[in-house]
Design a protein around this ligand. Sequence first.
Ligand code: FAD
Length: 337
Amino acid sequence: MKSVLVYCEVENQKVADISQELLSAGKRLAQKLDCSLEAMIFGKELKNIENQIAPYGVDKLFVGDDTRLEPYRTLPHAALATEVLKKEDPQIVLFGATSVGRDLAPRIASAVNCGLTADCTVLDIGDHFVKKEKKEYKNLLYAIRPAFGGSIMANIINWDMHPQMATVREGVMKKEIFDKNYVTEVVNIDVNKIIKEEDFVVKIIERHIEESDVNIKDAPIIVAGGYGVGSKENFQLLQDLADLLGGEVGGSRAAVDAGFIDHDRQIGQTGTTVRPKLYIAAGISGAIQHTAGMQDSSLIISINNDAEAPINKLADYVINGDLAEVIPKMIKFYKKN
Ligand code: FAD
C-alpha cells in the first residue's frame, strides 16, 4: 500500500521538533496522495510514545524500543529503518536534515537503491512529463532546495526512483496538529531479530551537549540586524528594542561574519529558519540566503536607508531611513505606549 513514511528522532522520551515538523509535512503529502502516513521511531523507554505522534495524523507507527538504541548510532538505526522500508514499501520517506538524518538517510537510500534529495525547504506533489520518454509520471514528490551555494533554488523531481526520499531542513515546515484524538496503530518491532551484535561496533565513550539559552527559532518577535547596523555596539540598540517588545535579536550572515553578533543568532539558509509573528529587519538588504530563513514571518518591517533594498519587496511595512535614527524613535514610542 502506498504511504508516506517519516523517520522520527527521539531523546529522553521527547519526540524532536524536526520530527513533529516532518509529520505535519508528511500528513499534507499523504492527503494529496490519498494514502496513509506512517512513522518509525527507535530509542529507549518508548512506552506511550504514540501519544506524541498520533495527533499529527499518523496511521501506523513502528517502534523499536531498546536501551541500546539511544543515543543514536548509525548501524542499528539503519538496520531497523531499512527493515521497515522493505516491509512497508512507502512511496515517500522523509528524514530531518539534522546530524542524525544526514548520517542515516544516505545509508538507507543506498540500501534500498534509490536517490535522495537533501536539505529540502519545500515539498509538494505534482505530475511530470519526461520528454525523452514521452511519458507523464503522476503524483511525484516535488522538492525545492538551495543549490550552487544558495544562489538558486532548484526544483528536484526523481521520477524514476522508488521510494522518493528527502531530508528536510529544520524549522521550514510548520508544526500542525491534525487531530488530537487520532488513533495510531502501533507496531512493536522485535529489535533483536533485526539488529546484530556487530551493529554496535561503534562505542559511545562520551557525549558533549552544548547548552544554549538562545532560542530564536520559537521567538514570537525578532529584531534582526544586518551589516548596515555597523558595529557590535550598535546592536545594543536592537537588543533594547527586542527587550522592550519581548523578543529576541537575530542577524544576517554578514553581521555574524563582521563579528557584530554570535553565530547562534544567524538567520537564513546556513543559520536558523524562523517564522515569528513580527520580524523587524534593520540594515538587512534581503539576499535570498537570508530571506529563505525568515520569509514565512507573519509581519515583516524593514528599516533600510536604501528604498530599493530587495527586502522591501517582501516587507509588509518599510521605514526608509537611517536605523540609528529610526530605532531610538521606536524605543521611545513603545516605552510611552
Ligand atoms: P548587506 O547586503 O551588506 O546589506 C546591508 C543593508 O543595510 C543594505 O541594504 C543597506 O542599504 C542597509 N544599510 C546600511 N546602512 C544603513 C543604515 N544606517 N540604516 C539603515 N539601513 C542601512 N546570509 C544570511 O543572512 N543568512 C544565511 O544563512 C546566509 N547563508 C549563506 C550561504 C551561502 C552559501 C552564501 C553564498 C551566502 C549566504 N549568506 C547568508 C550571505 C548573503 O548572500 C548576504 O551576503 C547577506 O545576507 C547580506 O547581509 P546583509 O543584508 O546584512 O548585508
